[in-house]
Design a protein around this ligand. Structure first.
Ligand SMILES: Nc1nc2c(ncn2[C@@H]2O[C@H](COP(=O)(O)OP(=O)(O)OP(=O)(O)O)[C@@H](O)[C@H]2O)c(=O)[nH]1
Ligand SMILES: [Mg+2]
Length: 635
């Protein structure tokens, strides 16, 4: 039988008996700080564990995070309830639904918690029946409408077994947290143990960590290594999503890590601007200061994972957001956070008195303000937060193109889910995949059309040329990234286009000298034929643009040979030079430039580059100031 791992957090108003219940259920007192003992109040997070054996199914291990209820410590409360599977909502029977019961409920909702078990504590002194009805009433319009409400008392022990079985049956029907291969541990404690070094604890989500693994501390991107792993005091080789996890890290000191940091295996940069869908609870009461309109440009606190940062909110749809309303917004953060698309967060006001909104990250890496149609693309994510197709499609449509390796690196989807979505979108003709590039169909077709038009135009303008130089094309498309350009050229060459060295041409293109240049061609041929081995310099021949074009055509078509930068010969004359040089050396032995020049009735100007060309072609070889024949030669 395997064990499944879950995380539970308490929630509820101050003094309602959360910590007492955790102690009664687990035997562990979660209040561990001396100040907590003295003031009889929870200040910071406490931890315990609960092993459950539901009547059917696997064994369950639940890590419990006990949170403070006092309004001054909401910040700690939020740090405790990120990435949980179930909340144990504690409401005292003598007190009923109170302000922080309400605020905690809203926080749980904003963070996407789907299940709660309500513990109606202090049933020994309260009015369980009445309060139970009140609770049912409060939960009516929420996702927790069907939540079990279990009367308990730590004094009499009543209901404790019922709470355990209610938790067990809720968890038994749930999936364990997903492993999508992108582990993140939101650090809630950092300490040092004598002889062990730096230890961080947190709830692990999204993937696994193993002993010995190299990790990155975000958002600072510090590198470190996992020396050992524990969960609730037990040494492990591997930690899985949904586990309370303690990591002993080497290479970092405790002053380099703090609550709010994220341990991950990714060194991608953290986010400074997010695009998010923000929503304000319709439960906020009109008179409650928490319901004041959220105005454009307001400064708020954003709580994400265990971190809290100041953020400036700019709503894109309206200049103020009222209770019960939603909007897509830009959040400019005072310091970066390591967030993924799909992450939930909570917003509190600048005075830190009120929880005012919650949201989900749609796009974690927004560099600049987005256009309305781009935001519309992203808004689709808010309505389908688990649909990998929607995320992949909007990502590519938004960027135009990206490397398939980087698609949604910061998301709740695994590499294989993303790869499958890419294939599906390609099949449906929504995107183009070529080698490592994923491009939006319109973007790709647009660029393809542009390149083809440039090539066709070049063929028309210069029919005498074999093709268009890739560097020229690249310059014309300099705004496009190199890898997309390369992929596009490669794709074109699988079909109607062909590469010739550094040029590209239509496969059907045959270089042809235009009629008006033919007289020039005749002139150049004559000039090159007059003194076949001592022709005029290239500079002389290329007297104007037309002559330059003709000469290039003759060179590209192989009819003229470039011996050096300024020495050109008709191919037949070049072949004759080759034969005569070879014949002379075979007969007379190694020869100097000057001997060969005399034989051919050439000049030094031509002979030196010509022989260098023959050396390059492997016909001759220079030995001191003489030329010898290479072993394989033409005679
Ligand atoms: N009579 C009675 N008293 C209880 C019960 N549960 C808790 N208490 C008392 O209520 C007081 C507060 O309990 P805690 O468990 O500290 O409350 P809490 O919700 O953890 O409080 P914070 O963490 O500060 O928000 C303590 O004096 C407990 O002894 C119960 O079932 N019956
Ligand atoms: Mg407590």
């Amino acid at each position: 039988m395997t064990t499944r791992y879950f995380i539970i957090a308490t929630a509820g108003h101050v003094d309602h008996g959360k910590s007492a219940l955790v102690k009664a259920l687990t035997g562990t007192d979660p209040d561990r700080l001396p100040e907590e003992k003295r003031r009889q109040i929870t200040i910071d997070l406490g931890f315990a564990e609960l092993n459950l054996t539901p009547p059917s199914g696997d064994k369950i291990h639940a890590g419990i995070v006990d949170v403070p209820g006092h309004e001054d410590f909401i910040r700690n409360m939020i740090a405790g309830v990120g990435s949980i599977d179930l909340a144990l909502l504690v409401i005292a029977a003598d007190d009923g639904w109170m302000p922080q019961t309400e605020e905690h409920l809203q926080i749980l909702t904003y963070l996407g918690v789907q299940r709660v078990v309500v513990a109606l504590t202090k049933s020994d002194i309260g009015r369980s029946g009445l309060v139970s009805e009140q609770i049912r009433d409060q939960l009516r319009e929420t996702v927790f409408a069907q939540a079990p409400i279990v009367p308990t008392s730590v004094r009499t022990g009543a209901g404790l077994a019922n709470v355990k079985s209610a938790i067990a049956s809720e968890l038994a029907g749930m999936h364990s947290q997903r492993d999508y291969g992108k582990p993140r541990l939101f650090v809630d404690r950092v300490f040092t143990l004598r002889g062990t070094g730096t230890v961080v604890t947190g709830t692990l989500t999204g993937g696994q960590f193993r002993r010995g693994q190299n990790i990155i501390v975000q958002p600072k991107r510090l590198e470190a290594r996992i020396r050992s792993i524990q969960s609730h005091g037990i040494e492990l080789d591997n930690a899985q999503p949904g586990m309370r996890t303690a990591l002993n890290l080497s290479d970092v000191t405790i002053d380099q890590i703090k609550r709010g940091d994220v341990i991950t295996d990714s060194d991608l940069p953290a986010s400074s601007t997010l695009i998010a869908r923000i929503e304000r609870s319709s439960r906020l009461r009109v008179k409650d200061p928490a319901s004041h309109p959220l105005r454009n440009g307001s400064s708020v606190y954003l709580h994400h994972g265990t971190s809290r940062v100041t953020a400036k909110v700019t709503s894109v749809e309206s200049d103020r957001l009222e209770r019960g309303q939603k909007t897509t917004a830009h959040l400019k953060l005072a310091s970066p956070i390591f967030a993924f698309a799909g992450d939930r967060f909570v917003l509190r006001d600048g005075s830190e008195q009120h929880t005012i909104a919650g949201g989900v990250v749609l796009y974690p890496d927004s560099a600049n303000q987005r256009e309305p149609d781009e935001l519309k693309l992203l808004s689709a994510r808010a309505t389908a937060p688990d649909d990998v197709n929607v995320f992949v499609h909007s990502e590519i449509a938004l960027r135009g193109f990206l490397s398939t390796k980087t698609v949604l690196n910061k998301s709740h989807f695994s590499t294989s889910e993303i790869a499958e979505a890419l294939m599906r979108l390609q099949r449906d003709n929504e995107i183009v995949l070529y080698e490592e590039i994923a491009a939006a169909r319109d973007f790709w077709q647009g660029m393809r059309g542009q390149v083809i038009a440039l090539i066709d135009d070049a063929h028309k303008q210069n029919p005498e040329r074999t093709g268009v130089d890739l560097n020229e094309l690249r310059t014309a498309l300099r705004d496009q990234p190199q890898n997309v350009f390369d992929a596009l050229i490669a794709e074109l060459c699988t079909d109607d286009f062909v590469r010739q060295g550094s040029a590209i041409a239509r496969t059907s293109h045959r270089p042809l000298l235009p009629a008006e240049l033919r007289p020039l061609e005749t002139k150049i041929r004559q000039a090159l034929s007059q003194k076949p081995f001592d022709p005029p310099s290239r500079r002389e021949i290329e007297s104007d643009r037309g002559a330059r074009d003709v000469l290039r055509f003759l060179i590209e078509s192989g009819e003229v040979i470039e011996a050096g930068s300024d020495a050109v010969l008709l191919r037949e004359n070049f072949d004759r030079v080759k034969a005569r040089v070879a014949a002379f050396i075979s007969k007379n032995g190694p020869a100097t430039v000057s001997e060969l020049r005399q034989v051919l009735q050439s000049s030094r100007r031509i002979m030196v580059p010509l022989l260098e060309r023959l050396d390059r072609d492997g016909v001759t070889r220079r030995v001191e100031d003489k030329r010898v024949l290479c072993t394989i030669h033409y005679v």
